[in-house]
Design a binder for this molecule. Sequence first.
Ligand code: AMP
Length: 601
Amino acid sequence: MAGEKEIKEIYDNGMKILEELTSNAYEIQEQMLEEILIRNAGTEYLSRFFVHGQNHKQNFKANVPIVTYEDIKPYIDRIANGETSSILFADPITQFIQSTGTSGGKPKLIPMTAESFEKRMVKPLLVDLVMKKCISGLDQGKSFYLFFVKPEMETPSGLMASLYTTSYFKTQIFKNGLAKFCTSPIDTILCLDNKQSMYCQLLTGLLLRDEVVRIGSSFASVLARSIKFLEDYWKELCSNIRTGFLSDWIADPACRNAMSSILTRPEPELADLIQQICEDKSWEGIIKELWPEVKCISSIVTGSMSQYIPLLEFYGGGIPLVSPNCGSSEACFGINLKPLSKPFDVSYTILPNMAYFEFLPVNNDGGGKSREFKLRGASATESSESTNETTTVNKPVDLANVKIGRYYEVVVTTLAGLYRYRVGDVLKVTGFYNKSPQFQFVERQNVVLSIDLDKTTEVDLSKAITKAKLVLEPLGIMLTTYSSYADTSLTPGRYVLFWELKMKGSNDLPKLDAKIMEECCGIVEESFDFTYKSLRKGGVISALELRVVKHGTFDELMDFYVSKGASISQYKPPCCLKSEEAVKILNLGMVGTFFSPKTMF
Ligand code: AMP
């Protein structure tokens, strides 16, 4: 699957392929599981759970435990250190995909086979096809996508580990397919220096502004960062456009070479126009002004990325925001078949050929702590000595048995050696497209803040902040992004929130009224759960603190994580900080600190 013929086949027949996949979702899932088990029943990992006399599927459902990354890490480490990959999967593992791990976790190494990599490459083409079908004019221009790569790493076994996107951007299917419709030359995308890459991609996007019909990035955080970069560099970009010369600090030879065929002559009129637009104090609607033909902004804006919706709506000036797909390094879950649905209404449709999916029921609001199924383990029968898998009370259901309105944590069995693996994401089933479930992305199901017995999840935090920021909206104040940490340097400890605030019409820092900010702290605490409130009442946790930071502080945080090896293109701002250095960076941008009223509880 690399040639132009296959790409054409998807563009010609993609909608039919989607219909077939979704109409036969159950059968495809069953066949896929069967195939995975037939091929891999004899592997060291699976054979431990297979009892003679039972068929593969019986064995699988009854005995194979539900695991987290930590459970299979010993196997992955052995493969990374040079043992044969057949301990986990019959087909050879050809590379590892690194998960970004910027949301508090460490990067994981996800095994990948040639077949599973190839299968996945079809997804971006299907996403593109659906968007082009649903948004008129999208096939009549170029996409200004901001894409970035991260250096690959060689494991002791010689297998390479890289981000999925980094590997993907190097494939023929990308070069022959989507890249042809992108403004950014491949060499600027593949440049390992993110700053040079960003500069060249923005410069190209500006030079080709009349051709641009779509602007985007994988995650909304990247687009927000790119707009901040434009704020910092538009004068220099205009100067390059005016003179026709690329700045000297763009030293990467491949970037310079690629730009030489795009920045070919002085364009003073274009430079004047861009300058005039960027000089405006308010950048409201700037995307529409800079790229007048843009039909949509394509970037993941669900889950933790929803915090960027107000910002992108502000800069977009009414251009629809499209959240195209949902997935992880482990597997692609689904794509958005209604790209024009409002960001908070987005549902993704499961692609049943991407993995074998199971769904662990979680409690009714998708978050919180009552969802206490014991981790790791599928049935109440077996547990293994070699891992610390335990049993669970909640049984997973398969794709055919999910119920509309219910919340589930997604569990995948992949074509590359993950068996009943908890990805950690919670989805809410919203309907079906043919036989394929559709879901809203709820949140990553992890505890982010904890003091004593309290465990506050990402969902709890985001819900609380969503409520509190409503107080600021009538004042024209925008919360552009947030983070938090548990400050236990004093006893009792407290939760600290960092909020980056700006005025709606400009990047100016809002006037902060202590009373209003304290009210926000109160609303956050009020919406935390019973455990938090009783610990707070009992003096085990002290009053919540809110530190307001100035515009651009979170970009410095992103730069910090990128300098530590995070990928810019898959960057997700950590909703909770674990590193002291990160806390220091945000503290440096602090312009005000507020506390919840002491007498609140
Ligand atoms: P990574 O494996 O590093 O690419 O990160 C994948 C994670 O990004 C997923 O497990 C989700 O938590 C998050 N993610 C991916 N797609 C979406 C989406 N459409 N909406 C919200 N979060 C997403």
